[in-house]
Structures are given as C-alpha cells and as structure tokens.
Design a protein around this ligand. Structure first.
Ligand code: SGN
Ligand code: CA
Length: 530
C-alpha cells in the first residue's frame, strides 16, 4: 500500500478560514451494528412484528439496502470480514473459535493513520482488542445484558445497569465530551442486543411480555423439500430452545412439571442470571416473569407439541423484540444529538447487524445458514447531501464491502488485497457503475452448537446454489423468485439442469476469484479437528 497524505490534511491547514464541518473535510462515520438483528424486526423492512421508528429514520433520510448479505452468518467471522474487507478463508476467522490473523490490516488502523479520531463502544466479539482505535470500551466476549464488564484501553471496568443503555451512554459521552471538533471521526456504536439470551430492559419487558405476535407461515416446517442439513440442524424453537434459559421459566418448574431440561445449562441458566441482577433488578424481573411461570404451570398439562411451539415462539418474540426496543431508543438519542449539534450534515450513519436471524421461519431461531433470513442482513445508510432521502437500493451488496466503502468516502486509499467494492457510487445513486451479479458465501462452524453443516454457495438475484460438505456431500438449488421461502430444493429437478450447470461453473469461478479452494476447505477441517 502506498503511503499518502490524505487530501483532507491539506484542507485542515485551511481550517481557520473554513467552517469546521465544511465539505472540504472528509465525513465523519458512525457505524452502528447490533448483534443478530433480523431485518424482519426493522419496520423500514417489515412492520408486521414491531416498530423501530428511529432506525427507520436512517432509511427515510437516506438509503435502505434490500439485498445486503453476509459472507458467513456468524458473529466473529462477520466482524473480521467487516474490519478487513476480506472473506473468512483469507483473514482466518472462519468461526467464533478460530484465531484472527492479526497481521491483517483492519480499516480503523488506516483511518487513525490518516488523522481521524477513532472510538469504539460495545460488543466487538472477534477475539481480539481492536487496532487503530484511540479509545475503546468493549464487552469481553459475548458480554452480559445486565451490569456488564468492559475491556478498555486501561484495563477492565464494571458498570451497573442495562447494557444497551450503557453502550448508548458511553457513545454519547464520547461524542459530547471527548470528540475533537477539529478532526473527522470514525465511531463504532456496537450493541450486544438482541443476541441470545434476550434479556430486555425493565421498561420494555413490562410491555412486551403482554404482547402477542403473528406467527410466520413456515413455523411448522417439516424440512421435507430440503436436504439433510436443514433436517439435522439444532435450531428449532420447540426442540432446541431451553425452557428456562431461553423461555425464562423458573428452573425449579422443570422438575415440578417433569420437563426434561435441554441441558444442565438450561436449569442453571436462570439461576446464573438471577445472581447477576442487583436485588432491585431481580425484584423487578420476578414481578413480571414469575406470573408467566405460574400461568405456564397451569397450562402445560393440557399442551400438545403444537401448543408448546406456539407458546415458545411468543416467549421468544416478546423478549427478542423487547431487546430491540432499547436499541431503537439508543439510535434515536444519537440521531437527535447529531441533528441538534448540526453534525448530521457531515456524518455518514450506517445501521447494520453482524448477520440476519430466524424469527420462527422454518421453525428456527439462530442463523448460520445461507438461507434467506440469516444470509440477509439489514443495511440502512444516511449521508445528507450525497444520498437522496428515501432511496431504496436492491443491488447485491455484502458486509465485505464496508471497509472499502468507508475508505472511499474518507478519501483514503484502500489496500489492494481487500476483496469488496466501495458502495459510494450506489450511495450517490450511480447504479450503472455497479456490475456485481453474484456473491459468495462460506460457513464453517461444524460440528458445533446448532449443528449447521459446513457449506459454501453462490447467490444471484434468481438462484442460490449450495454445497454442503464435510460429513455429507449434498447440493441444493433454490429458485429465489418462484420460491422466496426456499421450501423446495430444485437441484435434481431436470427442469433446472441448465441452471445447475451454469451456476456450478459460476461457483467454481467465484471461488477462484476470491482464492477459496478444496485445499483450503480441507486445511480448515484439519485445523478444526486438531
Ligand atoms: C452462543 C449462543 C448460540 C449462538 C452462539 C454464536 N448460545 O453460543 O445460540 O449461536 O453464541 O452467536 S447461548 O445460549 O450461550 O446464548 S454469535 O452471534 O456470537 O455468533
Ligand atoms: Ca451475531
């Protein structure tokens, strides 16, 4: 990579005669990312489940991407891809356990070198402290929903309260009190919510536990139209969510009712959470959740499997969507502040998630699969003066593209080995400059929690071709336009023989283009099994 003096450094020399937020200086960037936030739970995409008025504002004042996706639907790999602009087989963080190759350049380092002020608050979860960040306060690993610890530049701290609100407070405190108004900034505002085990704030669980949500059409999917991978995955709400850990029944009720806990962890889970709460938090929690346990005790003897699934789905949605309410409020606080300070004009605000999530579609929770709900990720971007308010973009963009997009927007040269493409032309409405017609996906974490088999695939607007490998060798083809819910594998349907042939070739070509190969698949299997 060439060393260069960014144009804005020269512009800064003239800062005395220019307004601070002048167009000559590069834009500030605020990257907001939540964890496991399904696009189905953002009302700008779909308002049948919940309303997120503040997150929606980013789209109504900016751009909504309807076809944004990830390269690997799992936390740490996605975060490493975002930071490096590379596919997982290149940066090494193929799953949540593998080490990140720390010799890789992450884009905040380039921003810091170019004179940006950089800060990060919340959940990073990729196994390492961030590089290129002047000030950070990040949750260790998955972090906790209540009374969290944070890793900071100067060691560990503990803060009492509700984590989503604390992350917002830390972010706002930095913006108000520690931002250098003479420098452009790159700020990461990273929520832990709505990651499992879905603990909302008191003000929200009071409301959401009383709500009833519509069921998805495929809640009772029997996976007949698909292969072994869908049938053997362990992410079914009825079978694999824990009665206590996930649905929040008091653990002792499992014994009382003779319910087999999914694991020891299930029984211990709530006890563990109880221990973490302060007395006041525990009392508030019990006041709302104990009556749920009591009502369940009466209902359970008369419940068949269908009724149990329905009950678990409602409990899941109440807590999951309850968590999102605090995220949305936090985004509102931030946007209001930017507006009131006149910072909105010169700041790119991005809202995304580290991947999508199943909200009962196909009977599932969790993510991992190349199938629609986990493959897609929300992406909303506001950039006043550049993005036309209320625009909708349906190009196939990926989390792989973020690094180059931000570097491009800031006028910093991107390293040549980054594998994405800048979205800046799309943000400007220059869609003709964009010619990507397919994206590549590769998931590795198997055997592991949720038992989603290893697979890679290619996705075009019309089709999805997937190869499941390791302990099986199965191919699947979906017709995205005719079968958007992905219920029928067409791989062996003779009507699709030409499509299969064409896409098989395209898949080989895209693997070659990004440098993925059978040898690398095997290398990662061998390393995994060591
Ligand atoms: C935990 C969760 C899983 C989840 C992984 C990865 N179980 O293990 O359900 O798939 O994290 O999530 S939990 O009961 O401990 O919450 S990720 O977002 O970090 O990739
Ligand atoms: Ca995640």
């Amino acid at each position: 990579m060439k060393t260069m003096i960014p144009l804005f450094m020269i512009a800064l020399l003239f800062a005395g005669c220019a307004k601070k937020e002048d167009r000559a200086t590069p834009p500030n960037i605020i990257f907001i990312m939540s964890d496991d936030h399904a696009y189905q739970a953002i009302s700008a995409y779909d308002d049948h489940l919940t309303r997120t008025p503040n997150i929606d504002r980013i789209a109504s004042e900016g751009m909504l991407f309807t076809n944004a996706c990830v390269t690997n639907s799992l936390c740490a790999p996605s975060r490493a891809t975002i930071l490096t602009g590379k596919h997982c087989h290149v940066h090494g963080k193929i799953d949540n356990r593998f080490p990140f190759d720390t010799t890789q350049v992450t884009f905040p380092q380039l921003f810091q070198q170019a004179g940006y002020q950089t800060a990060m608050f919340g959940k990073l979860h990729f196994g390492n402290n961030p590089k290129g960040i002047d000030e950070f306060k990040i949750l260790p690993g998955q972090g906790r929903y209540y009374n969290p610890d944070f890793i900071t530049n100067d060691g560990k701290i503990h803060i009492e309260g509700y984590t989503t609100d604390i992350i917002t407070d830390l972010t706002m405190d930095w913006l108000k009190n520690r931002r250098d108004p003479d420098k452009p900034f790159l700020l990461f505002y990273l929520h832990k919510a709505p990651h499992r085990e879905w603990l909302p704030a008191e003000r929200h669980y009071k409301k959401f536990t009383k709500m009833h949500f519509p069921e998805p059409a495929t809640l009772f999917d029997n996976y007949e139209g698909r292969g072994t991978a869908a049938k053997e995955a362990e992410m079914n709400i009825l079978l694999h969510q824990n009665w206590s850990g996930d649905s929040k029944l008091r653990p002792e009720v499992l014994d009382e009712l003779g319910i087999e806990p999914a694991s020891d962890w299930d029984k211990k889970a709530m006890e563990y959470k109880y221990k973490r709460f302060t007395e006041e938090q525990l009392a508030a929690w019990n006041a709302v959740y104990d009556p749920i346990t009591e009502a369940f005790k009466k209902q359970y003897p008369g419940m068949d499997k269908t009724a149990q699934m329905r009950w678990k789905y409602q409990r899941y949605m109440q807590d999951y969507l309850g968590c999102i309410a605090a995220v949305d409020e936090g985004v509102g606080t931030l946007l209001d502040y930017l507006d009131s300070e006149g910072l909105d004009e010169h700041t790119i605000v991005v809202y995304t998630s580290d991947q999508g999530f199943y909200l009962g579609e196909h009977g599932w929770f969790d993510k991992r699969f190349i199938y629609n709900e986990s493959f897609k990720t929300p992406l909303l971007v506001r950039w006043p003066g550049v993005i036309k308010a209320g625009s909708i973009n349906d190009e196939m963009v990926q989390n792989l593209d973020f690094a180059q997009t931000f570097l491009d927007a800031a006028g910093i040269e991107a390293p040549e080995d980054m594998q994405g493409e800048s979205l800046v032309p799309l943000l400007k409405g220059e869609d003709d400059a964009w010619d990507r017609d397919a994206v590549y996906y590769h998931y590795y974490e198997y055997p592991a929690v949720h038992m989603v088999k290893r697979h890679y695939g290619i996705v075009t607007r019309e089709y999805k071709l997937v190869h499941f490998y390791y302990d099986i060798d199965e191919w699947e083809l979906y017709d995205r336009l005719k079968d958007p819910m992905e219920m029928q594998n067409q791989y062996n349907n003779p009507d699709y023989a030409d499509v299969v042939a064409e896409l098989t070739e395209k898949l080989a070509a895209i693997r070659l283009k990004y440098g993925d190969s059978k040898e690398l698949d095997q290398k990662y299997i061998d390393m995994y099994n060591q």
